[in-house]
Design a protein around this ligand. Structure first.
Ligand code: IPE
Ligand code: IPE
Ligand code: MG
Length: 248
């Protein structure tokens, strides 16, 4: 492993794409790809925990995915209920969380999800967040509505609204911004995921379909991340001088 263990991204967000194409390439139904994709999720959660990642945020089902054929949506909902087990989180001391428009989810999914969140709420090593029925524009629109309401009720003045205020009202308010955003499956887009939060994230795209994504692929993504200089608008010299000063 060529990874610098001192520079593991604190927060990795993943767009887990390519399940359907993985299955179709094998002459299988798309749902078989989702079943296989769940195995990858379990594997990547454990590997991330061992690497020392603190937050893993997985794009699991988007608001737009509600528009897929009913059978596919139903198969996915069934998978969430059947495969969301406490064990992997309890054994690895990890928390399970959900972001998204969860009101739209079937009762059975909500129940399973709430049980798993309750059971794992005091775990410490890694926070695994599933974005379920999530889209970033939906999330930001909800914040805008909330702020407008607070303003009407005089709970907030326009001059008090700043970036930190907006971040603290997003569903992700318990998470730092992602350091690294990975998308599998070959598409070069972010499909309405964490638009605000990824303002300064490093992006990594790979062709591997999600069911085939393994430890080596994750290491490659992190290696690529570690080769980059995050400048946040500053110059190369400024960043290097800052790093030298921090090392002293
Ligand atoms: C990602 O895989 C999983 C979900 C969106 C639920 P896809 O189902 O989008 O797979 P492709 O992109 O069609 O191959
Ligand atoms: C994004 O994948 C959503 C998830 C991975 C859950 P999609 O397959 O839905 O994205 P598009 O439609 O290709 O942009
Ligand atoms: Mg897709």
């Amino acid at each position: 492993m060529n990874l610098d263990t001192q520079n593991i991204p604190t927060h990795i967000a993943i767009i887990m794409d390519g399940n359907g194409r993985w299955a179709q390439a094998r002459g299988l139904a798309r749902s078989a790809g989702h079943v296989k994709g769940v195995e990858t999720v379990k594997r990547i959660i454990e590997i991330s925990g061992h690497l020392g990642v603190k937050y893993l945020t997985l794009y699991t089902f988007s608001t737009e995915n509600w528009n897929r054929p009913v059978e596919e949506v139903e198969a996915l909902m069934k998978l969430f209920v059947d495969e969301l087990e406490d064990d992997v989180f309890m054994e690895n001391d990890m928390q399970f969380r959900v972001i998204g428009d969860t009101e739209r989810l079937p009762e059975s999914v909500k129940r399973r999800m709430n049980e798993c969140m309750d059971k794992t709420r005091n775990n410490k090593t890694l926070i695994v967040t599933c974005a379920l029925s999530y889209s970033s524009r939906w999330e930001i629109t909800e914040v805008a509505k909330q702020i407008a309401q607070d303003a009407i009720e005089k709970k907030v003045r326009p001059e008090d609204i700043n970036e930190a205020y907006i971040s603290s009202h997003l569903q992700t308010n318990f998470l730092p911004d992602p350091d690294l955003l990975i998308r599998t499956g070959g598409e070069l887009r972010i499909s309405n995921y964490l638009l605000w939060q990824c303002a300064y994230s490093e992006f990594y795209f790979c062709d591997t379909f999600w069911p085939d994504f393994g430890e080596e692929d994750l290491h490659k993504a992190i290696e690529s991340y570690q080769k980059r200089q995050r400048r946040f608008g500053k110059t190369e010299d400024q960043v290097e001088n800052q790093q030298k000063a921090e090392k002293k």
